[in-house]
Design a protein around this ligand. Structure first.
Ligand code: BGC
Length: 896
């Protein structure tokens, strides 16, 4: 007898917290938990009530199998309107109703520009020369009537932390994050009812430079990219029990001063002098107000004020010191055992005026901090003690670093490692994907991908978190989005980033997609269309759609997708039928490229660009079909056909060779269907297999080819070669960094050279997710778990065991619940297990036999006789010797 179905609380859009949502008609998602096999939903009932419990909408029993992104059932919400949503479903063999879900509250934010009365206020009169001290901004006000509820709507030009009566508002870090500030400025809504009190109150904020006026970019970068003034925009709305509202909004009546944060910069770090602290500065009557000056009011923002579509950056973990080293030069270096993104928190006692210095780096070289890869980022925090017998606690406010090691200079007295911890920061996305196998090195590689994802999802998808860059490079996320969407629920966050991409792109006269979003590049890098990087406009929405089934996201992005296609068409036209622009980044970081010229790949950049053009046109055509845009679909289908033919004419020989005889070229041709007939497909597959063997299974691909190579080998009927590549440990290979102790994915295949020295290239990060896309193949193919249709309503379980693996398993929290695919080899048999969540069906295909079963929800086990395929011999003689993994880091918290 199975237990009754239980409907989990409703998820509003892609948000776990729907306070201040920016959508008037948010969509609803719920999951049903039941152990009844083959469970499907037959009907649902949605009830929306107001805060007084009055029913606003009740759908009654509505026959429907839908449970993901179900349209809002009632009239649209007004600004500030609050409602509670509950759902119950019917389903299963007896078609019985499940219990009502726990109610979930949604509250609209400020949906119209006219809702804002606040004005941005700045401490800066003229354009100041940074780096600047962090400003304290505040206003005292009186609450004269009983309060029913209060909301703070706030954002900043810069970074800020709001306080009310001496208490911190919210728990986000580096708010409001980084959006394309010229077009979109994100605000957040907080319930501050409990922080108010009768009588005198004070609202305030710390205001730092952040991405707005702080230094951004390499080679010294530039300050004030968005304007000369930091500013705070805050609107406190107090709703009284008598129905009236008091609004306290930023305007010229606010005041500002400075405090202990003498300088706070993203790249360079922070300087904090605790002797300048102002205890109680945001509490009523507790600060000496003599040096507070009036702020200056700025005109209303021209950017659109937008509510968040994903979670904010938060502190998600603290990591203890793993080891303390004294370096050859006599310095004290702490090792946290894991390359991470965040900052230190110290607890220190010592004399007033004494300064402790904290320097950060990802690796050691010659036993010392290797700081050259940070280039122009000082990544140094200093703390000057206020003095006294009590320990003082310090954690930087408006900076972050990418580091595993920290050098501590001038610690007063002996350093107790328990007095220093690392605080991990990232966009607080729910973890949704896991992988596990019998190979500990492979598991560590996967863990490294997980760590590089979380460290580089710091409000936007960045290339790296440590050097003077940390930018939203479009090419990196273009290739990594499918992996990211499996591992974490990033639909909301990336949907917001895509709005930025579209805003930047559509505002450009030539409608090209910038190389980085938000765009801060100067010419010549600011100009032109770049294959793969610009293709982010298509590949990222497509990856999110595959993961979430969110068709509205595709609809929203369609103008950006088609504008990009039009741009590519223009470039191909100019190239006489092929994309031949100079300055393409091509198969970036092909390991054959010299350290100082990462674009000098062995694959012709015209071939790479034209291949991606075809692929993107195919996807745009498909998106248009799904959205019923018939003419656009036909147009893009025709473009793809024309470009495909041009590709064949130019780059494919009659015998099926490619003009660039490289792994990337064959992988592109096989994966993007660029070979005109079966004979040439087979020839290209054979040639790819040959090249892979000839390379001794080492990596020979860069950004463009690496995400495709394993799938291409499967297409070529050679999955064992893909397994063999994955198992390779000589440089360059996926596992080489793991054998060198990597705890994140490196930018270069050899960021650390085999002799332990850092790659001489000036662009050498140890935390770059782009080359970690192989994790996607591990999920889909090694373990065998993939959506059979966008959104996971149909699931494909098709493991391909191989190599020396004896088991593998992938787990994914789909929109319907947990799905799992795993296999193990047991006494000559292959046992395949699949977990199918309620409301979905899976196609389960066993290797070799190719037999496929269709199953509904539940756990399904299949066992078949199994002969392990032979291990491919290596022509250049690197015998495969199984080895224990090195001690390299700890799994992310929460890993099952
Ligand atoms: C970044 C890359 C990026 C590339 C393109 C680098 O500096 O770190 O990941 O895609 O530049 O030029």
């Amino acid at each position: 007898m199975s237990s009754p179905a239980l409907t989990t609380p409703v998820v509003i859009e892609h948000l776990r917290d729907a306070l201040g949502i920016g959508t008037a008609a948010p969509r609803l998602t719920w999951r049903t938990e039941t152990d009844e096999p083959d469970w499907t939903q037959s009907a649902h009932q949605i009830r929306v009530t107001d805060p007084g419990g009055r029913i606003l909408t009740d759908t009654g029993r509505a026959p429907s199998a839908e449970s993901v992104l179900v349209p809002w059932p009632g009239p649209p919400l007004a600004s500030r309107q609050r409602a509670t949503v509950s759902v119950r479903v019917w389903g299963g063999a007896r078609d019985e109703p499940a219990d009502w879900s726990e109610p979930v509250t949604v509250e609209a934010g400020l949906l119209h520009p006219g809702d804002w009365t606040a004005r941005p206020v700045t401490p800066d009169v003229t354009a100041p020369q940074g780096p600047l001290p962090v400003a304290l901004v505040k206003k005292a006000f009186t609450v004269t009537k009983p309060v029913a509820a209060a909301r703070l709507y706030s954002t900043a030009y810069g970074v800020y932390e709001a306080e009310l009566n001496g208490r911190r508002v919210g728990d986000e870090v580096l708010a409001p994050g980084w959006t394309s500030y010229r077009h979109r400025l994100r605000y957040r809504t907080h319930d501050v009812t409990a922080l108010l009190r009768p009588g005198e109150n004070v609202i305030g904020a710390l205001l730092g430079e952040g991405w707005y006026t702080g230094r951004l970019g390499w080679d010294g970068g530039r300050r004030a990219r968005y304007g000369p003034h930091r500013a705070l925009l805050a609107q406190l709305e107090i709703h009284h029990t008598d129905g009236s509202t008091t609004t306290v909004a930023t305007d010229g009546t606010w005041h500002w001063t400075t405090g202990p944060l003498l300088r706070s910069e993203l790249y360079d770090g922070e300087e904090y002098d605790a002797r300048h602290e102002r205890p109680g500065w945001s509490s009523p009557g507790r600060d000496d107000d003599h040096d507070w000056r009036p702020v200056h009011e700025l005109p209303p923002p021209t950017a659109e004020l937008v509510a968040p579509t994903g979670p904010p950056i938060r502190r998600t973990e603290t990591v203890a010191v793993r080891a303390v080293h004294t370096t050859p030069s006599g310095r004290t270096v702490l090792d946290f055992g894991q390359n991470l993104v965040g900052r230190l928190r110290i607890h220190v006692t010592g004399p007033a005026g004494h300064t402790v210095t904290l320097r950060h780096a990802e690796v050691l070289e010659g036993g010392e901090l290797a700081r050259r890869p940070l280039r122009g980022a000082a990544a140094t925090d200093t703390y000057t003690l206020r003095g006294g017998p009590e320990p003082e606690t310090y954690e930087p406010r408006f900076t972050f670093h990418g580091f595993r090691y920290a050098e501590i200079d001038a610690w007063p007295g002996p350093l107790d490692p328990a007095c220093v911890e690392a605080v991990v920061l990232h966009t607080d996305l729910e973890r949704t994907g896991w992988f596990d196998s019998s190979d500990l090195l492979l598991n560590r590689l996967h863990e490294n991908v997980v760590h590089s994802l979380r460290g580089n999802f710091l409000d936007l998808p960045t290339d790296c978190p440590q050097r003077d860059e940390r930018l939203g490079w479009t090419g990196d996320i273009a290739v990594f989005a499918p992996t990211a969407a499996f591992l974490r629920d990033c639909s909301g966050m990336l949907a917001g980033w895509l709005r930025d991409l579209a805003a930047e792109q559509l505002a450009r006269p030539d409608r090209s997609v910038p190389l980085v979003v938000p765009d801060i590049l100067d010419p010549p890098m600011a100009d032109g269309a770049h294959a793969l990087w610009g293709d982010a406009a298509v590949l990222v929405p497509w990856a999110l759609y595959r993961a979430s089934g969110d068709l509205r996201l595709l609809r929203t992005q369609l103008p950006s997708m088609t504008a990009w296609s039009a741009k590519v068409a223009e470039r191909i036209e100019a190239g006489g039928g092929l994309w031949r622009d100079p300055g393409q980044l091509g198969d970036w970081l092909d390991p054959a490229a010299p350290p100082d010229d990462p674009a000098a790949a062995r694959t012709d950049p015209d071939l790479v660009a034209t291949a991606y053009a075809v692929h993107a046109a195919d996807l745009v055509a498909e998106a248009c079909r799904l959205l019923d845009e018939k003419d656009e679909a036909a147009h893009h289908t025709a473009l793809a056909a024309r470009w495909r033919a041009a590709f064949t004419d130019e780059f494919v020989t009659p015998a099926g060779r490619l003009t660039s005889d490289s792994q990337t070229a064959y992988a592109l041709a096989l994966r993007f269907d660029l070979l005109p007939d079966e004979r040439r497909r087979r020839a290209a597959g054979r040639r790819l297999a040959h090249l892979v063997r000839r390379a001794g299974f080492r990596i020979a691909t860069g950004f463009a080819g690496t995400p495709l190579i394993c799938d291409a080998l499967c297409d070529a009927g050679a999955p064992q070669l893909a397994h063999r590549m994955l198992a390779e440990r000589h440089c360059p290979s996926w596992l080489y960094p793991v054998t060198m102790g990597a705890t994140t994915v490196w930018e270069r295949w050899d960021s650390l050279l085999p002799d332990g020295t850092v790659n001489p290239g000036q662009m050498t990060s140890f935390n770059h997710y782009a080359l970690g896309t192989v994790a996607d193949w591990m999920h889909r193919t090694v373990a065998g778990l993939a959506p059979a249709e966008p959104g996971w309503r149909r699931i494909r379980v098709a493991p391909r065991p191989g190599g020396a693996l004896t088991h593998a398993r992938a787990t994914h929290r789909t929109p319907y619940g947990i799905a799992e695919a795993g296999w193990r080899i047991e006494e000559g048999r292959l046992v395949v297990e699949a977990v199918v969540p309620p409301g979905t069906r899976a196609e389960i295909t066993l290797p070799d036999t190719g037999e496929t079963w269709e199953r509904g929800s539940g756990r399904h086990v299949f066992s078949v006789p199994y002969d392990a395929p032979p291990w491919p011999p290596s022509p250049i003689g690197h015998p495969f010797v199984p080895r224990e993994p090195c001690d390299c880091g700890t799994p992310e918290k929460g890993t099952p």
